[in-house]
Write a protein that binds this ligand. Structure first.
Ligand code: FES
Length: 106
């Protein structure tokens, strides 16, 4: 899908992937050598999180933020920490990393 080395640390990027034959928008957050994948769908109203391509982080850079109503999500768990969907969470997408390549886990 992409190279780990192309993902900036503590940032997220969006991708379109095929899952079960359907196109699905996901985001990948990198923290050091770990990656966290989520569906790019806010649990509040079902919109995508990014207000511009690959703009997922809050101003302080601590949270993934939904552009529509500002919900904040912990980037390593997907849990909503503040906002209208507090207590809910992003849907995780399992990823694997091998030889600098990030893949969807089988
Ligand atoms: S749609 Fe994301 S916070 Fe409302």
């Amino acid at each position: 899908m992409c190279r780990l080395s192309e993902l900036p640390d503590n940032q997220a990027r969006g991708f379109q992937v095929s899952m079960a034959g359907a196109a699905v928008a996901i985001l990948i957050y990198r923290h050091s050598d770990d990656v966290y994948g989520y569906r790019n769908v806010c649990p509040h109203r079902g919109t995508t999180l990014d207000w511009m391509p690959d703009r997922f982080m809050s101003l302080e850079g601590d949270y993934l933020q939904c552009a529509t109503h500002g919900a904040l999500f912990e980037p390593t768990s997907g849990r909503c920490a503040a906002g209208p969907c507090k207590g809910k969470g992003l849907t995780p997408v399992a990823l694997t990393v091998s030889d600098d390549q990030v893949w969807l886990a089988e």
